[in-house]
Write a protein that binds this ligand. Structure first.
Ligand code: MN
Length: 752
């Protein structure tokens, strides 16, 4: 802290800091213990001083960020004074000359260890061939085993950064938004922070697809008034009925988030209107003390279904069995006025608190809701297991972790009726390793519900599983494909390694014995000769091949007498091979340096097929006019994806530094394949009309038309070559004007 601290803030700056801090200080939640407020005051004072000369990208004093992270931590996640202090101090060690020892001295070891966790996360990682971000994320999760608060504060940090993303440079926005949708939103979801998850998704979507976001936001605004009126009309009879029955409750209308609307439009391929059709209301009741909350939920259910008819297949009961992320509620869908479906969510005050505040609220209710805590505890245990057996490739780890965020559990039984919990998608092999490593290693098959099945069979909840073992069985490499749990994968890898070691030892002994018979002593010359003869690269491989008799020891007498064939040839082979790879690495480096993100890379038309420097990604097939983003492959070529393509989202979050902005130039000659689907009511002359319109469009060429008619309804797909999305939009407009056509749309496919 040797720097001289002159006050560089303007009076406006100081006023801003003061008012932001007051918002935190005057609305503290659950900080009533003695010393709580003093602790927060002290953390603020020290953080404010430490960041004295820093500003954010937006130009604001830096301290505004930690203050807001602290507000989220306290008011939106519900954590107490220590976490608020840690949030205020979260960037101090990383960005200023304060050290962990300073924090420890001033605030004690607990807060220091949380800050340590938060600092480690952004520490850089220098192993060249692995993804920096994936590794950072793994580090962040490592701290999970120390203190869950680290993750919660990190999520708050990310939420505030997303809320203020506007001031970031364009390419950073994409990276941060990609990472947010790929990891932070699912993580928030898994920890039960439902409203934060929704906000992260919407914000990420807003930056990844600004145009679609604006369009949907506008449409929602238009419909809002009408829907509010509808919800009011729907709620009135319910309010009366619940009041009659002396139930103390709040009722409110729920609107779908922009991101969830868009996701549904994409996955079901339906228009906005159809998705937005579903209205929802939420009833939060104060439970009466003499009756269980479960009973009271069903009571309300019964009162509502006295008024409105329920849709039986839409009943969702998360009261009898809590969702893995701790969510509890009863959801039903009923036919509302005007024939519209309305979803009704019924929750007690406690259930609502957990749904909104997630993990932190679980602690609060620890006494009366032990079973939900267990679900989360189990997940944390699984993550810790994953971390204690880290897979070598950070990307693989990332995938596995992401799976764990979504996987719900299945419950299966041993032959004796013992319950075993496994992640969804687990195989009989996973089950075997879950029971015992030795049962896994000796497994040859399984009986699932008394039926013989291969070990790779996917188990379902309720299955009874018996593993058949054999003493001669041993794990094989292929098993890794059937193993899904970290436990099974780790055990198989260990067994394979041990087996290789055994084999090498055995082969070595066999070779020594054979050489003795031939009257030779094993030396490096002999070994080298053998390696050359069999074109093997290392000794272990040689021993291993001897052990499993791929190399026949009986040939040795002959082999060892012969001079190695054409050693000059080999020399050349090596030279050529070596030279090639040398050039490649050189290229790699210069490409890496060349990545320039300040200007969008222009995707120019490549008329004579030379110097083509970009590739259209096969997974999402963007067309000029589509929103696009570029990924610089390790060989320097630029791969163009749609930003909503799952492959692109994954790249953004794992190799964000290779994502560059790209822009189309005008394409006049090159054509791109596009597909449209159309449906409607069949009539004579319809197909002729469709083809006439397409052939009159000069800028498109038909590749294929496929139309089928069934019961008077026709459905078809048309494949076309076009130059720009304008062409297809034009065509869709003209086609939709044909009498009888009910829907025309472009088919967008994402292949992973
Ligand atoms: Mn921060």
């Amino acid at each position: 802290m040797g720097k001289k601290k002159t006050n560089i803030f303007t009076p406006e700056d100081s006023e801003l800091i003061e008012s932001e801090y007051r918002l935190l200080r005057n609305n503290l939640y659950r900080c009533e213990k003695t010393g709580d407020v003093e602790l927060i005051e002290k953390a603020f004072r020290i953080a404010n001083e430490a960041h004295w000369d820093m500003r954010r990208n937006s130009g604001e004093p830096y301290i505004i960020h930690p203050i807001n992270v602290a507000r989220i931590v306290n008011q939106e996640i519900g954590l107490g004074a220590k976490s608020v202090a840690a949030a205020l101090l979260h960037d101090v060690v990383e960005d200023t000359d304060w050290t962990l020892e300073d924090i420890d001295r001033e605030f004690g070891p607990k807060i220091a260890s949380v800050i340590d966790g938060l600092t480690k996360i952004s520490g850089t990682y220098n192993k060249e061939n692995s993804s920096l971000q994936a590794e950072n994320f793994r580090k962040m999760l490592m701290t999970l085993s120390d203190d869950i608060r680290v993750i919660l504060i990190k999520i708050a940090d990310r939420l505030h950064n997303m809320r203020t993303l506007d001031s970031m440079p364009e390419h950073k926005k994409m990276k941060i938004a990609g990472e947010t949708i790929y990891l932070y939103a699912p993580l928030a979801h898994r920890l039960g922070l439902f409203s934060i998850k929704t906000e992260l998704e919407d914000l990420s979507f807003k930056y990844r697809h600004p145009r679609i976001y604006d369009e949907l936001a506008k449409k929602i605004k238009t419909d809002e008034k009408k829907n509010i009126a509808l919800i009011n009309k729907f709620s009135l009879p319910i309010i009366e009925k619940l009041n009659e029955n002396n139930i103390n409750f709040d009722i409110s209308g729920r609107f779908k988030s922009i991101y969830s609307i868009w996701k549904k439009m994409q996955s079901k391929n339906v228009p906005f209107e159809e998705v937005y059709d579903l209205l929802a209301v939420r009833i939060v009741f104060e439970p009466k003390p003499d009756e269980s909350e479960k009973t009271q939920c069903w009571e309300i259910y019964s009162l509502i279904t006295d008024i409105y008819t329920p849709k039986p297949d839409r009943l969702r009961d998360w009261i009898s069995r809590t969702k893995p992320n701790g969510y509890e509620a009863l959801h039903l869908t009923v036919m509302g006025p005007g024939g519209r479906w309305v979803e009704v969510q019924i929750r007690s005050r406690r259930m609502d608190d957990i749904a909104e505040h997630g993990f932190a609220a679980h602690w609060k209710y620890k006494g009366d809701a032990l079973q939900q805590e267990n679900e989360l505890d189990k997940w944390l245990k699984h993550i810790r297991e994953l971390l204690s057996n880290p897979l070598e490739d950070p990307m693989e780890f990332l995938d596995e972790f992401k799976m764990s965020l979504f996987s719900t559990e299945i419950m299966v039984f041993t032959p004796k009726g013992l319950l075993v919990t496994l992640p969804k998608g687990a195989s009989a092999l996973d089950f075997a390793y879950e029971i015992h490593t030795q049962i896994g290693n000796k497994a040859i098959g399984a009986k699932v519900n008394y039926k013989l099945c291969p070990l790779s069979v996917t188990l379902l909840s309720g299955d009874q599983v018996e593993i058949i073992t054999s003493d001669v069985a041993r794990p094989e490499k292929e098993w890794l494909e059937s193993a899904h749990t970290a436990k099974a994968k780790g055990a198989i890898q260990d067994a394979l390694k041990a087996e290789i070691k055994d084999r090498v030892q055995k082969g070595k002994e066999m070779l020594e014995k054979k050489l003795n018979e031939l009257g030779m002593i094993p030396n490096s010359d002999i070994i080298r000769k053998l390696l050359e003869t069999y074109e093997i690269h290392d000794k272990d491989e040689l021993y291993s091949k001897i052990a499993i008799e791929i190399i026949n020891l009986d040939e040795f007498r002959k082999v060892l007498k012969k001079t190695p064939e054409n050693s000059l040839m080999k020399y050349w082979k090596l030279r050529i091979g070596g030279k090639k790879s040398e050039i490649k690495t050189k290229n790699d480096k210069s490409e890496q340096e060349k990545i320039d993100k300040s200007q969008p890379y222009l995707l120019r038309e490549n008329i004579d097929n030379t110097g083509n420097s970009y590739v259209i990604a096969g997974c999402c097939n963007p067309i000029p006019g589509d929103e696009v983003t570029g990924y610089v492959a390790p060989d320097g070529s630029i791969i163009v994806h749609k930003p909503k393509c799952p492959v692109a989202i994954k790249l953004m979050s794992s190799e964000g530094n290779r994502i560059i902005p790209v822009r189309w130039t005008i394409h006049k000659i090159a054509s791109f394949l596009a597909r449209i689907s159309l449906s409607g009511i069949d009539r004579i002359g319809l197909v002729a009309e469709i083809t006439a319109i397409i052939s009159n469009e000069l800028s498109v060429n038909i590749r294929n038309i496929n139309i089928s008619v069934y019961d008077g309804i026709f459905e078809g797909t048309i494949e076309l070559y076009i130059h720009h999305t304008k062409d297809i939009n034009n065509l869709i407009m003209q086609l939709s004007n044909i009498k009888g056509i009910a829907s025309v749309k472009r088919i967008e496919e994402f292949n992973e």
